[in-house]
Design a protein around this ligand. Structure first.
Ligand code: MV4
Length: 497
C-alpha cells in the first residue's frame, strides 16, 4: 500500500490525509465543484475532481470514485464516515477493482446493517440485546403477544433503520396497530424497506458506545464514549470515559463489544452502540462499521491513533496496541462546532467564513475542515469542525473546554458556539447528570442569555469603553472582568495599537 484515495471531504478527509502522511503514505483527495479549494484538497498530495456539488453526483458516485482511484494510481480507498462508508456494495466495488478497502469486510457491514439480523447474530454470540423481536413483524396478533410478553412501553423500529427514523414509542396495546403502520411507511420512505420489529422501551438510558479495533490476529476494545448529549439523533458533545462506567462495567461492556465484532468476522475500527440503563444493565443497539466522528476522544484517553491503525490493519500489518496500555488516562471531551443557529431551532446557516480564530494551547485539538474564505453551503453536513480537549480529570477537561470555547471565534456564519458555552457552564452537565433526553428537558441551553436589545447595549458600552481606552492610550489591565472573552481581548488589542 503506497497511495490512498480518500473518498470523503471536510474534516475527516483532512484527518485521514494527516494519518497517511504519518504512515508515509501518499494521500489522494477527491473533490466536488464546491470543494475545489478546501483544506482537504490542499493538504493532499494529489486531488481528483469527481463532479458537481450535489453528493449523488460526486461523493456518492461509486463508479466515478473507482475511476478516480485508477487515474491517480491509488492502491487503497479510505471511505471516512457518512457518504459510502457503510455501503457493502462500495467496499465490494473497491475490492473488485483490485484496491485495498480500508474498512471492515463487506459481509460484516451487511450483517450489521440489517438490524434484526444483527440482533439474531448478537443473541447467538451472547451479547445482551433489548428484549423483543429478532425477526420483522408483519401481523398485529404476534405483535400484541410479544409486546405483552416484554411489557409496555415498547418501541417499534425499522429493520433497515438506524439514526432514529421509523421509530415509535407505544405505551398501550391500542396504540400498537397505528404505530406499526406509521413506522412501516416511514421506514419504506427512508430505507426502501417497510420491515419493522419491536423491543421493550429502555427508560432514561444513556447512550454509551464501545470502540473496537480488530486485526487478523486479535480484537480489542478501547473503552467507552458517552454520547448522551444529542438532539434529534445528532450528537453534539461526546466524552471519554463516561461518569456512569467504572472499570468493572467497562470490562463487561468491552467484552460484549469484542464478542459482537468477532461474531461477524470484524476487522478495522468499529463501534458498538449500547443503551445503558440507570440500573447499570446495558443492551447492544447496533454496530457502526466505520470510523466515527467522535473517535478523537478515545484517541486522547487511550493514546492510540485509530486512523493510523486502520491503515496498518488494511495493509495486513498487526495493530500497535498492547494489551497493557488499554486503560483510559484522564478525560477527553469533544464539542461539534456546527453552522447551526441554536436560537433559531438549530437551523443550518450559510455564508462565507469571514474570520476564524482557532483555539490552541495545552490539551487542545482542533479537527477542522474549513478555512477563512470558504463558503458554507447547504450541500453538505453542517459540522465545520470538532473542538477536542484532554484534561487529567473531568473537571479540568470541562474547564479547559470552556477556555478553548472562549478563544474560538467564527464570523460569517451562525454557529452553535454559544450553546456549547452554556452547556459546559451548566451545573447538571458538570455533575454528569445526563441521559439521552437531557437536551429535550433543557431548551434554555439553546437560547442566548442576552436578548438582541441587551446585546446591542453591551456592544455600545464596549465600543465606548474601547474608545476611551484608546484615547488615553491606556492598556486595559486588571479590572474585574475575567479577561477571557474574545470581545474584551479584541478591545484590549485595539487599545494598544
Ligand atoms: C431505543 C431507545 C429506547 N429503548 N431502543 C435511537 C436510534 C437508534 N439507534 C436506537 N434508538 C433508540 N433505541 C429501546 N428499546 C431509545 C433510542 C433513542 C436514542 C438512542 C441513542 C441515542 C439517542 C437516542 C435518542 C432517542 C431515542
Amino acid at each position: 500500500m503506497k497511495r490512498v484515495l480518500i473518498a470523503n471531504r471536510g474534516e475527516i478527509a483532512l484527518r485521514i490525509v494527516r494519518a497517511c502522511h504519518e504512515e508515509e503514505l501518499e494521500a489522494v483527495a477527491v473533490y466536488s465543484v464546491a470543494d475545489r479549494a478546501s483544506p482537504h484538497v490542499r493538504a493532499a498530495d494529489q486531488a481528483v475532481a469527481i463532479g458537481p456539488a450535489s453528493p449523488s453526483q460526486s461523493y456518492l458516485n461509486i463508479d466515478r470514485l473507482i475511476e478516480a482511484a485508477g487515474e491517480a494510481g491509488a492502491d487503497a480507498v479510505h471511505p471516512g464516515y457518512g457518504f459510502l462508508a457503510e455501503r457493502a456494495a462500495f467496499a465490494e466495488a473497491v475490492e473488485a477493482a483490485g484496491l485495498v478497502w480500508i474498512g471492515p469486510p463487506p459481509a460484516a457491514i451487511r450483517a450489521m446493517g440489517d438490524k434484526t439480523e444483527a440482533r439474531r447474530r448478537m443473541q447467538q454470540a451472547g451479547v445482551p440485546i433489548v428484549p423483543g423481536a429478532s425477526a420483522p413483524i408483519d401481523d398485529i396478533g404476534p405483535a400484541l403477544g410479544l409486546a405483552r410478553e416484554v411489557g409496555y412501553p415498547v418501541m417499534v423500529k425499522a429493520a433497515a433503520g438506524g439514526g432514529g427514523k421509523g421509530m415509535r414509542v407505544v405505551r398501550t396495546p391500542d396504540e400498537l396497530p397505528g404505530a406499526l403502520q406509521t413506522a412501516a411507511s416511514e421506514a419504506l420512505k427512508a430505507f426502501g424497506d417497510a420491515s419493522v420489529y419491536l423491543e421493550k422501551l429502555i427508560v432514561q438510558p444513556r447512550h454509551v458506545e464501545i470502540q473496537v479495533l480488530a486485526d487478523r490476529h486479535r480484537t480489542v476494545h478501547l473503552g467507552e464514549r458517552e454520547c448522551s448529549i444529542q438532539r434529534r439523533h445528532q450528537k453534539l458533545v461526546e466524552e471519554a470515559p463516561s461518569v456512569a462506567v467504572d472499570a468493572e462495567l467497562r470490562e463487561w461492556m468491552g467484552a460484549a463489544a469484542v464478542s459482537a465484532a468477532e461474531a461477524v468476522g470484524y476487522r478495522s475500527a468499529g463501534t458498538c452502540e449500547f443503551l445503558l440503563a440507570p440500573d447499570r444493565s446495558f443492551y447492544f443497539l447496533e454496530m457502526n462499521t466505520r470510523i466515527q466522528v467522535e473517535h478523537p476522544v478515545t484517541e486522547l484517553v487511550y493514546g492510540v491513533d485509530l486512523v493510523r491503525e486502520q491503515l496498518r490493519i488494511a495493509a495486513g500489518e498487526a495493530m500497535r496496541v498492547h494489551t497493557g496500555w488499554l486503560n483510559p488516562r484522564g478525560w477527553a471531551i469533544e464539542c461539534r462546532i456546527t453552522s447551526e443557529d441554536p436560537a433559531n431551532g438549530f437551523l443550518p446557516s450559510t455564508g462565507r467564513i469571514e474570520h476564524l480564530r482557532i483555539p490552541g494551547g495545552p490539551g487542545v485539538r482542533w479537527d477542522g475542515g474549513v478555512d477563512v474564505g470558504d463558503e458554507v453551503t447547504l450541500h453538505y453536513d453542517s459540522m465545520l469542525a470538532k473542538l477536542i480537549v484532554w484534561g487529567p480529570d473531568r473537571g479540568q477537561a470541562i474547564r479547559r473546554m470552556r477556555r478553548a470555547l472562549d478563544e474560538l471565534a467564527v464570523l460569517g456564519v451562525a454557529t452553535n458556539q454559544g450553546f456549547h458555552r452554556r452547556l459546559l457552564a451548566d451545573p447538571a452537565f458538570q455533575a454528569g447528570d445526563i441521559d439521552i433526553q437531557f437536551l429535550d428537558r433543557r431548551p434554555d441551553l439553546a437560547q442566548p442569555r442576552l436578548s438582541d436589545g441587551e446585546l446591542l447595549q453591551v456592544a455600545v458600552a464596549a465600543a465606548l469603553a474601547e474608545d476611551e481606552a484608546r484615547r488615553s492610550r491606556r492598556p486595559t489591565v486588571g479590572g474585574d472582568d475575567r479577561g477571557s472573552d474574545a470581545w474584551i481581548q479584541s478591545a484590549r488589542h485595539e487599545a494598544l495599537r
